[in-house]
Design a protein around this ligand. Sequence first.
Ligand SMILES: Cc1cc2nc3c(=O)[nH]c(=O)nc-3n(C[C@H](O)[C@H](O)[C@H](O)COP(=O)(O)O)c2cc1C
Length: 204
Amino acid sequence: MPLTSKDLLKKSQMRRTYRKFLPEKVDMEVIKDCILTAGTAPNGANKQPWHFSIITNEELKKKIREKAEEIEKDFYENKISKEWKADLEKLTLSYEKPFLTEAPCLIGIFKENYVKLPDGTIDKNYYPNESIGIAIGFLINALRNAGYVSLTYTPSPMLFLKEILNRPEGEQPVMILVVGKPNPTYELPKITKKSFEEIADIID
Ligand SMILES: Cc1cc2nc3c(=O)[nH]c(=O)nc-3n(C[C@H](O)[C@H](O)[C@H](O)COP(=O)(O)O)c2cc1C
């Protein structure tokens, strides 16, 4: 029996962002399938302007955590606005990011604005922002369907990720997707989602 829209809605309503993960290794075949699913996303002129770096190496995860916490500490202490800080406090977030080493898998996601060809000319991509957003949505959903949870983590600025992972000049880091099995000790923040009327209207 195919799933109805109500079944799919119920499943989607169960998706939550986790910030604590079990140390269990990921199945790389499954992760690869999820990345290929992201690669099926609609995108500007089919240029597929994205790159996904799958990181399971402990040393590399440690390096990313160190750099991210350095940036986050400065952000929390010097750059964040009062309003933003209050919103983050509701989610009980701080500059410390233990999930970057606890989670078994990090996916560094890069938006490809252009490719520099060997002769030096620039091959430009179209709508990279929109395209990467849709692809990330596909990826999060594929991971959820495969039994994994994720965290859309966005330290700012994120250029350190491009340096650590040695990505080419036309690419820009947009996110670290932290992936693994949910740690049941994580207390999910109590949040609600807007109603249909709050997010949509029907123009007949
Ligand atoms: C673009 C984007 C950036 C985000 N950045 C962070 C982040 O840096 N750290 C974090 O803990 N959560 C981050 N989140 C997760 C949101 O806080 C979370 O999705 C939101 O509170 C709703 O909770 P839910 O995903 O459990 O429904 C981000 C989400 C998005 C879409």
